[in-house]
Write a protein that binds this ligand. Structure first.
Ligand SMILES: Nc1ncnc2c1ncn2[C@@H]1O[C@H](COP(=O)(O)OP(=O)(O)OP(=O)(O)O)[C@@H](O)[C@H]1O
Ligand SMILES: [Mg+2]
Length: 277
């Protein structure tokens, strides 16, 4: 279905721009957030204008997954005081998506003012149907809580274990306290499907969102990273790629007026991290 046709309203058509912003998060490192953000982004890009942002400003690595290692302008350049770069300077068309990479230098991170992310995402959301924020692993700094606070909904990427679910629940509790909804959970790196069976009941009981799908452990994921390509570009027929594509098809994107979303970002009071850092 063409969502633009579905949204068409002759009165609003001139001004109405719709968007949903997702934070791809986990509460834990190395669960597959970056892999998932790019895989879902590529799949959703078949229907929507998708922007994937490396919002992991302290430990950025999305650039390596998209062949943008040498990107001239990155998110860091947009977060410094008195910046000269425009937001569009940091947007790269890659694999059918708009990709905003982040630099990897410590100096770049130190100079970046996390509060400025609000304005950047507001601007990106005006030009996208879907924004995916590849989020940091923990909530240990102001820069790390921002994506979860600003997003409309989280997509939580977990391995199917009780400790991982417990980390994911903490993240959800925090996100919910800022009014961020839940699109659901992805179980990733699943080598043994019975591990998911064992945790399904707990997940359904405690987690405020559906289990969106299960992605198998696959060598294709690391191969794609080494090739500097998203999984869906590198190995679209791999079982893991197909699983992400199925999950993207299940995401009922709930777009809202981009101007209202932009206003919400601008007025958001950004908390310090839960640990007060
Ligand atoms: N389904 C999978 N099968 C095999 N390996 C995977 C899978 N998903 C992710 N990986 C591997 O796990 C590692 C972490 O993946 P990724 O960088 O996407 O996670 P992350 O949650 O973004 O990590 P970080 O918290 O460091 O940002 C990478 O080496 C990646 O290749
Ligand atoms: Mg990552």
């Amino acid at each position: 279905m063409d969502h633009r046709a579905a949204c068409f309203n002759p009165v609003m058509a001139q001004t109405e721009v719709m968007v949903e912003v997702f934070a791809v998060a986990s509460g834990k490192g190395g669960t597959g957030k970056t892999t998932a953000a790019l895989a879902l982004g590529m799949a959703l890009a078949e229907e929507y204008t998708v922007t994937v942002v490396d919002a992991d400003t302290g430990m950025a690595n999305l650039l390596f997954h998209t062949g943008l290692d040498d990107a001239d302008v990155t998110l860091h350049d947009l977060l410094i005081e008195g910046r000269t770069a425009t937001v569009s300077d940091a947007v790269y068309d890659r694999f059918g998506m708009r990709v905003v990479p982040c630099g990897t230098s410590l100096d770049g991170f130190r100079a970046a003012d996390p509060d400025r992310l609000r304005e950047v995402i507001a601007e990106l959301s005006r030009e996208s149907d879907v924004v995916l924020l590849d989020s940091p692993a923990t909530l240990a700094a102001k820069s790390a809580v921002l994506p979860v606070v600003l997003a409309d909904r989280t997509i939580t990427v977990l391995q199917p274990t009780i400790p991982a679910l417990s980390d994911g629940l903490k993240l959800r509790e925090y996100a919910r306290s800022y009014g961020t909804g839940s699109a659901g959970v992805i179980f990733n790196r699943v080598a043994d499907p019975s591990a998911v069976d064992r945790i399904t009941e707990h997940t359904e009981r405690y987690f405020d969102g559906p289990i969106l799908g299960v992605v198998p452990e696959s060598d294709a994921v690391q191969d794609a990273r080494e090739a500097g390509e998203p999984l869906l570009a590198h190995a679209p027929d791999a079982a893991a790629a197909r699983a992400f594509a199925d999950i993207a098809a299940k995401l009922d994107v709930q777009q809202q007026d981009a101007a209202a979303v932009a206003d919400r970002f601008r007025s958001a009071v950004i908390p310090d991290s839960p640990s007060g850092e």
